[in-house]
Write a new protein. Structure first.
Length: 508
């Protein structure tokens, strides 16, 4: 007979407590920066915040010391949801103390940063202290790191966050894929492993981008803020986009190269356990689809400008317009939201208005699964595309057999079904947010743009995609609360929130 099952869990702190400790340490960065700038008010606010939060976290950690962690699926998703709802309130306290205003406005600012949305209540960046801009960029950077690690350690094993497209047809969670293995790693073991693997990559890429932006003659402070924003696709800037800090077209070239990281997780991580495909980066369907969308989108916008050009076909003007279209399309597809310095030049070349609907569609598409980009995700779009293509083939040849292997058949069938369900949930969420915004007095067109910006985690859409730039500061507390909830829903995804209501997760 077998003996009693041993509990292999070891006592450790819950994920949320670890995040609180990291937040306390992060507050020292803007505190030291403000001290160097002789900004005593901001320095005191963040030093005090770091001390109070650090002391409170230490007391909480001592109280929970020696307890076994809850490794159920419900506990994992609940910790992730709490990180995007409760933690921004903690991060907002020193920000509110230094910037002034109400705590609700500071909470909105921190939710926007931590979910990598990038919406801001400060329409004029120069009115905010540099250290507070650094804090916004740093919070967004940490939010991007969290979703990198959580996607691999939490969402992928639970078949959520876009991974359900590949994990359909009864593949289940990670523990059911390897029945011959006597023991699978627990969630905290996976968190430790992926944290140790991904943090050096994330930090190294951020530093590399920072150095390259400085080499492109961008001011060092602006360069570090933009480097963190690009890595997290948060769109946070201490100025006015890529032109801030003396940015040149070379800086945009560097940023565009790093945006490819947001098209597929294979750009920084290999296949997950249980995935049958082992193709390289160029063979990844998400990467191929992302490049195709960028190329077609930029070509369509360029053709639109060229056909209606009022200044002739000057070669230099045409090249600038093409680059402005290419960079801006890639930026909004990855939900970064930076405009090219030549985006306005392209629209002025043709005399046509900004095609805001195109940018809304690009943001809804989003980037790859397991990346910092928001939106619906490219793999879901790919699954629906392959399913539609197969249905057209069956109309022409009803007796044909779909090939390309078991993985492709899985994506075309059950994967497409799950992707369609997510699209419907996304559309329902979009309608609900629009109704809520309309109820508090926001016009219909503005409500559409704001709802897409929040759910796709692409805050700059409100400024760029709307016919008249929308100011988040004019929405009032009710509008801020609605958009704050929408940002969290867009980042965590409604499927994961619905999974929290599943009784099977409570017992898992």
């Amino acid at each position: 007979m077998r003996g009693p099952r041993r509990d292999r869990r070891t006592p450790r702190q819950p994920l949320f407590v670890v995040l609180l400790a990291l937040a306390a340490g992060a507050m020292l960065v803007p505190a030291l920066h403000a001290t160097a700038l002789d900004d005593g008010v901001t320095a005191r606010a963040f030093f005090s915040g770091a001390m109070v939060l650090g002391l409170g976290t230490a007391i909480l950690g001592l109280a929970l010391r020696g307890r076994l962690p809850d490794e159920s699926a419900f506990a994992q998703l609940a910790a992730l949801l709490a990180a995007y709802t409760v933690l921004p309130l903690v991060l907002a306290v020193p920000f509110q103390s230094a910037a002034g205003g109400g705590l609700g406005a500071a909470w909105f600012e921190m939710v926007s940063a931590f979910t990598t949305t990038g919406a801001t209540l400060w329409d004029r960046p120069e009115t905010l202290a540099p250290s507070l801009h650094l804090w916004r960029a740093l919070v967004g950077w940490f939010g991007g790191l969290l979703i990198w690690v959580a996607a691999m350690a939490i969402l992928a094993p639970l078949s959520l966050g876009g991974f359900e497209v590949r994990a359909s047809l009864g593949r289940g969670d990670l523990s059911t894929r390897f029945s011959q293995v006597t023991r699978t790693a627990g969630p905290y073991e996976r968190l430790d492993r992926y944290f140790s693997q991904l943090v050096p990559i994330y930090v190294g890429l951020t530093l590399a981008l920072w150095i390259l932006l400085i080499a492109a003659r961008v001011d060092p402070f602006t360069a570090i803020c933009h480097a963190m924003s690009v890595m997290a696709t948060s769109g946070i800037t201490p100025g006015y986009g890529t032109q801030a800090g003396g940015g040149t077209i070379l800086a945009e070239v560097v940023i565009l190269a790093f945006l490819l990281l947001a098209l597929t997780r294979r750009s920084y991580a290999r296949s997950l356990p249980g995935e049958t495909e082992r193709q390289g980066l160029m063979g990844d369907p998400e990467f191929q689809l992302g490049l195709g969308v960028i190329g077609l989108g930029a070509a369509a916008l360029f053709a639109r400008h060229w056909l209606f050009s009022s200044e002739g076909t000057n070669a230099l003007t045409a090249i600038r317009a093409l680059w402005g279209d290419l960079f801006t399309v890639a930026s909004f597809l990855t939900t970064l939201g930076f405009e090219s310095r030549y985006w306005d030049s392209a629209t002025a070349w043709s005399g046509l208005e900004t095609p805001g609907l195109v940018l809304l569609g690009l943001a809804i598409f989003g980037g790859g699964i397991g990346t910092t980009a928001g939106g619906v995700k490219l793999l879901r779009v790919y699954a629906l595309y392959k399913h539609g293509l197969r249905e057209i083939e069956r109309l022409i040849h009803p007796s044909s057999v779909g090939g390309a292997g078991a993985e492709a058949r899985r994506i075309r069938r059950a994967g497409a079904l799950v992707a369609w369900i997510f699209f419907m949930l996304f559309a329902m969420s979009l309608a609900a947010i629009m109704l809520a915004l309309s109820w508090v007095g926001v016009p219909f067109e503005d409500a559409l743009v704001l709802a897409v910006a929040a759910l796709a985690n692409c805050g700059p859409l409100a400024v760029v995609a709307a016919e008249v730039p929308i100011s988040y500061a004019t929405l009032g507390q009710s509008g801020h609360a609605i958009l704050g909830v929408a940002m969290v829903v867009g980042r965590v995804e409604l499927l994961a929130i619905i999974a929290l209501l599943n009784p099977d997760f409570w017992r898992g």
